[in-house]
Design a protein around this ligand. Structure first.
Ligand code: AVI
Length: 318
């Protein structure tokens, strides 16, 4: 997802250390999923998106290809496309290619290096497009550049990244989007649908073990950046379907009783005890409609694949 070429800034390291020490001191040990995406984690996530078991990326891409001309009619000319999170994927390019009268494209990402590469690459392909990258964490307050010649602003949040957020985080993010996008606003949201655990578990525990490496890389990152002594062989990846919460949970399970030192502090693990590293929520149409409605967004139109695996919605203010 994100790629960093420079070592993390000291404020990032402080935030990481705080999250790790706090999260591993809880009854159910937990770590925020944003820390999965260092250089190596980002590369591994790219590999995940190409795995045969990981249906979301190829399914959403196919939906977007099918619905983009319809989307273009709803969106109209001189719109600015604002993408939250890492862009530049095939999905973004489908929109840039078919929404032909865009006034600007604004990719927002925390990684400046990543954004620079993206903007340069896209500018070569879309030479007439006004591309204005913004370095920001889209879940925190930020300001968009002035986009004077735009008639409207369209938010784009693909990949079911919304599924990695809690209800409160979704509410804050979708509420803030009203302010970013101004008076004449729309929002394109990609989200994963509730389905059988037989499809979900392999998607998050693939035969080639790429998702396991992605999850275990978090321990390597803690070792590298916080001077810890995890042995990755001492933990195993687990993907669990939590039907009550309608989410896949990724865990790292300790295979033995052990004691780890992190930034000078000692953390004890029982055999079988886990660190909960990510939630990936799977929505039904009603549940996502309610979340959007609570943040004053109404679903204007929804497109799905023929197997009802994934959905893309166009939202407008209530
Ligand atoms: C980025 N996010 C939407 C992915 C997901 O499916 O929740 C992250 C991921 N975790 C394991 N595999 C993919």
């Amino acid at each position: 997802m994100l790629a960093e070429k420079h070592p993390p800034a000291s404020s990032e390291l402080d935030a990481f250390e705080q999250d790790v020490i706090h999260g591993l001191s809880q009854q159910q040990k937990t770590l925020p999923c944003r820390w999965l995406y260092d250089d190596r984690g980002s590369q591994l996530f790219e590999r995940i998106t190409q795995l045969p078991e990981y249906y979301p990326t190829r399914t959403e891409t196919a939906i977007l290809k099918n619905c983009v001309s319809d989307l273009a009619q709803h969106i109209g000319p001189q719109a600015a496309l604002i993408e939250y999170g890492a862009g530049a994927s095939v999905k973004t390019q489908i929109l840039l290619k078919h929404l032909t009268h865009l006034s600007a494209y604004v990719p927002i990402d925390v990684s400046g290096d990543f954004l620079e590469d993206t903007a340069q690459r896209l500018q070569q392909t879309f030479s007439h497009l006004n591309i204005q990258p913004v370095i920001a964490d889209f879940t925190s307050p930020f300001t968009l550049p002035a986009l004077g010649n735009s008639r409207s602003k369209v938010g784009f949040f693909p990949g079911s990244t919304i599924g990695n957020l809690s209800d409160d985080e979704i509410h804050s993010f979708l509420t803030a989007a009203h302010q970013h996008l101004g008076d004449n606003r729309q929002f394109i949201l990609g989200f994963d649908l509730h389905k059988s655990a037989d499809i979900l578990i392999p998607a998050y525990n693939d035969a080639a073990g790429v998702t396991a490496c992605f999850n275990l890389n978090l321990l390597d990152r803690i070792n590298r950046e916080l001077n810890a002594n995890f042995s990755t062989g001492g933990f195993k990846h687990d993907a669990r379907w939590n039907e009550n919460e309608s989410r896949i949970e990724m865990h790292l399970v300790s295979i033995a009783k052990q004691r780890i030192t992190i930034a000078g502090k000692t953390i004890e693990f029982e055999k079988g005890e886990s660190i909960h590293t990510e939630n990936s929520r799977k929505f039904c149409l009603d549940s996502i409609k309610t979340l959007c409605h609570n943040a004053n967004w109404a679903m204007r139109k929804v497109w799905m694949d023929s197997d009802n695996l994934f959905a893309v919605a166009l939202m407008e203010p209530l």
